[in-house]
Structure formats: structure tokens, C-alpha cells
Write a protein that binds this ligand. Structure first.
Ligand code: AMP
Length: 543
């Protein structure tokens, strides 16, 4: 016998309708590409979304087709997201920092019909245009601009398009399992692979990230997604903000520490989200300009491991709790978030801090397990110290990659993340490394994350990365690549000495390489692949 309750499909359009109806006057603050600010609200975001949905319909883009965006986090981008997914099209967010060949590959792979772009990315578009014949329309997310027309005569302008429409578009009732948006994985090996999210997975993920033990989002929050909308949908915050009626502060292109500090202070941001490299810049800038970041009571760090010194600085210098979270493109992205339980109040401050360093535990809706490294079908103990291959399943976890017939799961239905991790009895996850970043020295594993966390705590080091260098005797040995802070006199010996009382001698990096710039990828993560290519053989002649 079935229950007698209503069935309503879980649709992205219902999020924006809710935001318009119940939080219409809640502000959306947007920094535009030219540096000017726009203040709007959920009511106007919703209306513009309907106007733009009508424009897409007029352009004969059909349900199930893809509309790509190459854009910063701003209000037009947000409106277009709801317009695209809400009307049954698929919103393909593209990372503008991809190489032209990768751009061409993913646009053709996705068969994008329309590209929406910020002015900044005009050269990117004109550079690849002749290789992307699937694209029928180019829409500049801005007002009319003669210079853009000269470079791209067929261009349409977002503001012109929406102002010619009324807002009486009616969102279609879609199958909740239909595709809503897509992101490509970073593609460190081989071509990038498309992950196709559904309306259902997106709405369920929005509930999950809003829960108190996840990001604890509410209508009292002002949320600053520093993480780009092209990096796993800004970790789902534009959807969750509409669900809970939070204010959004969209930072546009300038993500340097000083710009972020002034946005946080001026618009009273309560929670901000980003990768560790962003926070490094922000902490420095806040100290320099003397800001206490008084409105910000929590920040979310994910994408790479959060160094302990960063969590400490946020807490002690800014009274801000860091939520360390883990996820990936294939997991929408939230897999875990770090919040303590009631029983942890009895622990000492030091023990609580140690627990907060881990990547946290899964919310309802996803499950984690560790598969044995030797035998993929066996699981290992959740004792907080035995490491295994991290596998995940749940409502917002990928089943198969776009265009691939075979599913991407283990025989018994789990997705293997490629991360090596431990889990404790309560499910708190600690990522030891990406399997490809671990260093195998004389048959023993060394975690690059652990060595980087130590390095970054050194006051003279701004950014640090540890990679495996080939070694004749030990196969691989860790080397440390650092970008020192400005005017630093720190030497290789100082840094090696810094490690001496913190880890076993055999784990200390063999070499410290100083660089002026660290290669950073489109999502703000250090490109270890490039570092391995450049420095992987610096020890080769040393026995
Ligand atoms: P992406 O799909 O590009 O976001 O990359 C996902 C990968 O980033 C994961 O498989 C992890 O290796 C890494 N990652 C994400 N969050 C964390 C974290 N909090 N700590 C350590 N690694 C992380």
C-alpha cells in the first residue's frame, strides 16, 4: 500500500519560486565585471530568470539541450542558472581557466547550443569559435557594447534580451530525475569527464548542505561563495541560499584578499566558502588592513586539505569557526562537513581541535566506506588510523559519466573517489592523500598533506606543496616546493630544521625548492602535476 501524501517533483524552479514568494526582499549583492556593485533581491532574480527563460525558448533551445556559461559569480550568472535549469535545459558551467584545447573538447563533448559569457572572456570565445560549430548563439552577460559586436558580430546581449520580455513565463513540470546542470572534472589524467546532475540530486543536496551539522544555512545568513560557480556549482550555495532565503554576496572577478575583506565588512557576510589558497590571501589582507572580520562567524574550507594553522588563525585572530568539508565534482560536492557532536564537549580543547582538523562526517544522504588497498572488495576498520580507498554512495553521487555507457561504480555500487583516507567510529573522515599524490619511499608511504601542513605553519612560507621526486635508492622521496612571503630571508636549512621535532626523520623532505609563483589551477588548487613535471627529477642523480 502506498502512502497518501502528495507527490511533487523536486525541481530547481521550485527553489527560485520559494525564494521569490517568501524571501523576495532579501538582498543579492553582486560585484560586476567592471567593478561596479549591483544590489538586487530574490524577487528580481526570479523575474529576470523567467524573462531569460522566455528568451531561450524564443531562440528555440529545446529541453535537454545544453547552455554553457563562462562567467564570474554575479547576479546575471545567477539569474541565467535558474532560467536554464528551470526551463528544462542543462546548465553547463565552464571553467574559464581551461586551455583552449580543453575548452574546445568539452564544448563539443557537451554539444553546447548556446554560450553565455562575461565580457572578460570575449578573447577566449573568439579564440575557439571556429572549432565549436555546435554553438548556435553567443550571449554576452551584460549591456550592449559596441566593442564586443565588432569582435563577435552575431553576439546577443543579456540585458537587451530580458528587457524585451515579460516575466509571465511558467516553469514546466519536469521529471525530477531529468538533467539540470553539468560540470567537467578537472581531468588530471586523460580528457575531462562530464558529470550530469539532476533536479532531484540538486534539491536533496541543497537540503543536506543547509543542515545545522553541515553549513547551518538560514535566512539570517549572508553567504559569500568565493568558490566559483563553475567549481561544482559554487558548492551548491546558490541553490541552498534560495532554499533557506539567505542573502548572497557574489564577488565577481576579484578574489584577492583585500577585495574579499572589504566585501565581507561592507556587506556583513556571515559565512564564506573557498579553497585554502583563497583563505591564505584573506587572512594576510585582514591583518594588514586591521579588519576583525566581525560579521563572519564561520568559513568553509574545502577542495584541498585545510592546514591546521589556518583553522587556528581564523579562531584566535578572528573568532571565526572553520568548517572543514570534503567533496568532489562527482559528489555535487558535499561528502562530509566538520561539526562536533554533543559528546565532544567533554573533550579537552586540544582534543576538540584535533577532531576539527579532520574533513568531518557525512550528512544524511551519503555513506562512506574504506576499501582495502590490496583487495578492493574488502573493507578496512573504521578505527581512525587504518587507511583505505575512500568510496561513497548516496542521492547526489555520480553513477556514470556523461556519454559513457558503463557506470562508474564498483561491482557492488560504490563510487571510488581516488582518495586515501581513514574513518573513525563516528564516521569522521581524514584524507591522507590523493592516491596519486602519496609518496612511496622505500616501500613506506608518506603523506604529502601532512608535510604541507607543517610547512604552511612556518611564518615565512606563503604557499607550500610536497611532491614525490624520483630517487635511485628509495624510488621516491618527498621534496618541498615553497613560495616564501615577501622579503623573507628563510633558507632551505631553516625549513628542514623546522620539520625536525615534528615528524620522523625519514619523512622530512630531501630538498626545498623556492619558487616565485606556484602553478594554481582553475579551481584554486595547486597543480601538482605541473610541479612533478618540473621538479620530479631534481633528486635523480643523488643516491
Ligand atoms: P574536484 O572534483 O576538482 O573538486 O576535486 C576533488 C578532490 O579534491 C577530492 O577527491 C580530494 O582529493 C580533494 N579534496 C576536496 N576537499 C578536500 C579536503 N577538504 N581535504 C583534502 N582534499 C580535498
Amino acid at each position: 500500500m502506498q502512502g497518501n501524501m502528495m507527490f511533487q517533483p523536486l525541481l530547481i524552479s521550485s527553489l527560485i519560486e520559494h525564494a521569490e514568494q517568501y524571501h523576495g526582499d532579501t538582498e543579492i549583492i553582486s560585484k560586476n565585471t567592471d567593478g561596479s556593485m549591483t544590489t538586487t533581491d530574490w524577487k528580481h532574480i526570479s523575474r529576470h530568470a523567467k524573462q531569460f527563460a522566455q528568451c531561450l525558448k524564443n531562440l528555440n533551445v529545446e529541453q535537454g539541450q545544453k547552455v554553457a556559461t563562462i562567467a564570474w559569480n554575479n547576479h546575471r550568472h545567477l539569474e541565467s542558472w535558474y532560467a536554464i535549469s528551470g526551463s528544462g535545459l542543462i546548465c553547463h558551467t565552464i571553467n574559464p581557466r581551461l586551455f583552449p584545447e580543453q575548452l574546445i573538447y568539452i564544448i563539443n563533448d557537451a554539444q553546447d547550443q548556446v554560450i553565455l559569457f562575461d565580457k572578460t572572456f570575449l578573447p577566449l570565445i573568439t579564440g575557439v569559435k571556429e572549432h565549436i560549430s555546435c554553438v548556435k548563439h553567443f550571449i554576452c552577460l551584460d549591456d550592449y557594447d559596441e566593442a564586443i559586436v565588432e569582435a563577435l558580430p552575431e553576439v546577443l546581449f543579456y540585458d537587451d534580451l530580458i528587457h524585451a520580455q515579460t516575466a509571465d513565463f511558467v516553469w514546466p513540470q519536469l521529471d525530477e530525475q531529468s538533467a539540470s546542470s553539468m560540470c567537467y572534472t578537472s581531468g588530471t589524467t586523460g580528457n575531462p569527464k562530464g558529470v550530469l546532475y539532476s533536479h532531484r540530486s540538486t534539491v536533496l543536496h541543497s537540503y543536506a548542505i543547509s543542515l545545522p551539522d553541515s553549513l547551518n544555512l538560514s535566512a539570517q545568513d549572508a553567504v559569500l561563495p568565493v568558490v566559483p560557480m563553475f567549481h561544482v556549482n559554487a558548492w551548491g550555495t546558490p541553490y541552498a541560499a534560495a532554499m533557506v532565503g539567505a542573502k548572497l554576496v557574489l564577488p565577481g572577478p576579484k578574489l584577492d584578499g583585500e577585495s574579499l575583506v572589504s566585501l565581507i565588512d561592507e556587506y556583513q557576510v556571515s559565512i564564506a566558502l573557498g579553497v585554502p589558497t583563497i583563505w591564505q590571501g584573506l587572512l594576510q589582507a585582514a591583518k594588514q588592513v586591521g579588519s576583525t572580520l566581525s560579521s563572519m562567524n564561520r568559513n568553509v574550507v574545502g577542495g584541498s586539505a585545510c592546514p591546521p594553522s589556518m583553522i587556528e588563525s581564523f579562531k584566535h585572530d578572528f573568532q571565526c569557526d572553520t568548517i572543514h568539508a570534503w567533496g568532489m565534482t562527482e559528489t555535487s560536492p558535499l561528502g562530509t562537513a566538520n561539526q562536533l557532536k554533543a559528546k565532544h564537549a567533554q573533550l579537552s580543547q586540544a582534543a576538540q581541535f584535533k577532531l576539527r582538523l579532520s574533513q568531518g562526517r557525512p550528512p544524511f544522504g551519503v555513506q562512506l566506506r574504506l576499501a582495502s588497498e590490496e583487495n578492493g572488495t574488502e573493507t578496512v576498520l573504521n578505527d581512525g588510523c587504518t587507511a583505505g580507498n575512500l568510496q561513497i554512495k548516496g542521492h547526489w553521487i555520480v553513477e556514470s559519466y556523461y556519454g559513457q555507457k558503463q557506470n562508474a561504480l564498483t561491482e557492488d555500487g560504490w563510487f571510488d573517489t581516488g582518495d586515501i583516507a581513514t574513518l573513525n567510529e563516528d564516521g569522521y573522515l581524514t584524507i591522507c592523500d590523493r592516491s596519486k599524490d602519496l609518496i612511496k619511499s622505500g616501500g613506506e608511504w608518506i603523506s604529502s598533506v601532512e608535510l604541507e601542513n607543517i610547512a604552511i605553519a612556518h611564518p615565512d612560507i606563503e604557499v607550500a606543496a610536497v611532491i614525490a621526486a624520483q630517487h635511485e635508492k628509495w624510488d621516491e622521496r618527498p621534496i618541498l616546493i615553497v613560495k616564501p612571503v615577501a622579503n623573507s630571508q628563510v633558507t632551505e636549512m631553516d625549513i628542514i630544521e623546522f620539520y625536525s621535532d615534528k615528524i620522523a626523520k625519514w619523512q622530512i623532505p630531501d630538498r626545498v625548492v623556492f619558487v616565485d609563483t606556484m602553478p594554481i589551477g582553475g579551481t584554486g588548487k595547486i597543480l601538482k602535476k605541473d610541479l612533478r613535471e618540473q621538479f620530479g627529477s631534481v633528486l635523480s642523480n643523488i643516491a
